[in-house]
Ligand binder design. Structure first.
Ligand code: ATP
Ligand code: LTN
Length: 346
């Protein structure tokens, strides 16, 4: 498989046209601080520099039936969209929509299914880990990355800002696009993955060797800090975070638990490693945790306030998403037309 070029200095896609950014998050539960620093925060930071399309990927969420129920899914889609805006995504400057409202995604996924070798999907680490232990594996779980490729390719996307766990899916998207272009002509723009230098893989606070994830947070109370957690929960979760038996706060040689806390602290404060080490010189992990509680609360509290505001007017929220879907459709329809022409079904 080809390697997607990773861009960590966020937007240097070249002078030809304003780079287009596409990314998405599944409505499978409340977002945590990992998805915030790995994805959402970088979207917000660069939102006015580029043309951005941000999507609540509810069709992807259907691959995890135990997480969702019909009423729950509808509510979760709204709530994730409200969190995008609460985190600072400007609805006037960006296209934000719910995936199922633009049918072109499912249609393109089908066409791409027909050119994507099964072996490419069977090799995906996310598929292997999510399928492990399941009695019955839905076809959707295997096909998940093809739908993700359709999301990205429909918009002639240049850059896909995601956390480290999604790197493989964006590389696969490139491979799917290259294969399609080889078969049918130059139809798709090749996207590049954008992974933040810092915070691309926030680990579980209860188990710092596994990635913080929404699915694990469902069953483990000390695993994640959710963006909607109360002050009491945030304090309890951080103070109980796994560290080690040492006490010196240093980045070098830090155990995974301490490094994770330091990374969250660094990414939320924007301080340098030296500044952080000086701040905690001689005071031990307890002080680091207390300071982290304050920094996290300082980040979450304005987000929670704006979230409540968006959720208090669901008609307005739905109207923003409907406008987003309409704008998305106008781009997606053009690409799908091109694809259909290329394969001979126009
Ligand atoms: P699930 O457990 O349901 O698979 P998740 O916790 O992995 O969910 P997603 O909603 O799938 O989270 O991810 C949304 C975005 O956040 C993606 O770009 C993903 O790469 C990023 N992300 C998720 N978890 C982390 C993490 N622990 N650290 C950094 N980025 C993350
Ligand atoms: N698989 C991604 C969510 C996702 C996505 C996308 C991300 C679906 N479609 C397109 C970027 C671009 C995840 O975070 N689990």
């Amino acid at each position: 498989m080809s390697k997607a070029t990773t861009t960590s200095a966020f937007y240097d896609a070249g002078p030809v046209r304003t780079p287009r950014v596409f990314s998405g998050i599944q409505p499978t539960g409340v977002l945590h601080i990992g998805s915030y620093v790995g994805a959402l925060q970088q979207w917000v930071a660069r939102q006015h520099e580029h043309e951005n399309i941000f999507c609540v990927v509810d069709l992807h969420a259907l691959t995890i039936p135990e997480v969702v129920d019909p009423r729950g899914l509808r509510a979760a889609s709204r709530s994730v969209a409200a969190l995008f805006f609460a985190a600072g995504i400007d609805p006037a400057a960006n296209i934000v929509f719910v995936q199922s409202q633009v049918h072109e995604h499912a249609e393109l996924a089908w066409i791409l299914n027909c050119t994507t070798p099964l072996g490419w999907l069977q090799r995906m680490t996310q598929f292997k880990s999510k399928a492990a232990g399941l009695e019955s594996v839905g076809t959707g779980l295997l096909d998940y990355p093809v739908l993700q490729a359709a999301d990205i390719l429909l918009y002639d996307t240049d850059l896909v800002p995601v956390g480290d766990d999604q790197r493989q899916h964006v590389e696969l998207t490139r491979d799917i696009a290259i294969r399609f272009n080889n078969l049918f002509g130059d139809v798709f723009t090749l996207p590049r993955v954008v992974i933040p230098d810092l915070g691309a893989r926030i680990m579980g606070l209860d188990e710092p060797t596994v990635k913080m994830s929404k699915s694990l947070a469902e069953s483990r109370s000390g695993h994640a800090i959710n963006l909607l957690d109360s002050e009491v929960t945030v304090r309890k979760t951080i103070m109980a975070a796994v560290t080690d038996s040492g006490r010196e706060v240093r980045f070098e040689y830090a155990s995974p638990g301490v490094l994770n806390l330091l990374t969250i602290y660094q990414v939320l404060t924007d301080l340098s490693k030296d500044e952080i080490e000086r701040e905690f010189e001689g005071v031990g992990y307890g002080q680091l945790k207390k300071a982290l509680v304050e920094v996290v609360l300082g980040t979450l509290s304005p987000i929670q306030e704006r979230f409540r505001c968006y959720m208090s007017d669901l008609d307005e929220l739905d109207a923003i998403l409907a406008r987003g879907a309409e704008r998305a459709r106008s781009i997606a329809a053009g690409t799908l037309h091109r694809v259909k022409g290329a394969v001979g079904i126009d």
